[in-house]
Ligand binder design. Structure first.
Ligand SMILES: Nc1ncnc2c1ncn2[C@@H]1O[C@H](COP(=O)(O)OP(=O)(O)O)[C@@H](O)[C@H]1O
Ligand SMILES: [Mg+2]
Length: 224
């Protein structure tokens, strides 16, 4: 479970970006987060990733209290999360399979498991025939699927995608979103930040709008 309670957050010298934010997300839920540019969506994701701390209020994720998480516990916590960044952050000098394998190596996965895990996840995102390609040889949609593969390969409980459909065509947006919905059906929590209203209405999933530093439900989740 993810629980924001009365969260406030400001950056140095600025006014509160988040201002009494309350939001609860259950395990296995799929949630869209929408809101204008500057509304604080990325800030929310940074709090979840523990890249930023709340100023007041509380934030609990998967049993971890992020307001008082000692730094030695951070790696253990981060392993619960898979992240897809807007700009993908692929390593340009590594092939597709090396990019994905890297995510396994950094968390100390034994070498003997790496090749199989990489193969399996590349199949899931339909990139098995591109495993030797470099990012510059891929389309935007393919690069995005590499980023998704990398986020998924460690079997995280929570997947966070901050504007994952930026700069790719609408068909590809659907494609990646279908994959994320599939992932949430495996009982993983999926949070997708987007400004694409059409995408949101197409999927009919729970949607939370961030405005004036608070969260408001836009569409309720269609219960399965
Ligand atoms: N590191 C930072 N330092 C100062 N201000 C920031 C920083 N990051 C974001 N902001 C400000 O916080 C507000 C919310 O930003 P952000 O969370 O990125 O919004 P969104 O992702 O919804 O577009 C914006 O006004 C932005 O300029
Ligand atoms: Mg943002």
């Amino acid at each position: 479970m993810i629980e924001f309670k009365n969260v406030t957050k400001a950056y140095k010298g600025g006014k509160n970006v988040l201002n009494g934010l309350n939001l609860t997300i259950e395990d296995g839920e799929f949630v869209f987060i929408v809101g204008d540019t500057g509304a604080g969506k990325t800030t929310m994701m940074k709090l979840l990733l523990c890249e930023e701390k709340v100023d007041s209020g509380s934030l609990k994720v998967a049993g971890f209290d992020l307001t008082r998480l000692p730094s030695f516990k951070l790696p253990k916590y981060r392993r619960k999360l898979g992240v897809v960044f807007q700009d993908f952050r692929l390593f340009p000098n590594m092939t597709v399979e090396q990019n994905v394998a890297f995510a396994l190596r950094v968390v100390g996965t034994p070498k003997k498991y790496i090749a199989n895990k990489v193969k399996y996840i590349l199949k899931t995102v339909q990139l098995e025939n591109k495993h030797k390609s470099y990012p510059y040889e891929l389309s935007g949609g393919e690069q995005q699927r590499v980023a998704l593969a990398r986020a998924l390969v460690n079997s995280p409980d929570i997947i966070i995608a901050d504007e994952p459909t930026g700069n790719i065509d609408p068909d590809m947006s659907r494609n990646i979103m279908d994959l994320l919905v599939m992932v949430s059906n495996l009982n993983k929590t999926v949070i997708v930040v987007t400004h694409e209203r059409e995408l949101v209405s197409h999927y009919g999933k729970r949607t939370v709008i961030l405005e004036n530093g608070k969260a408001r439900e836009l569409y309720p989740e269609v219960k399965k």
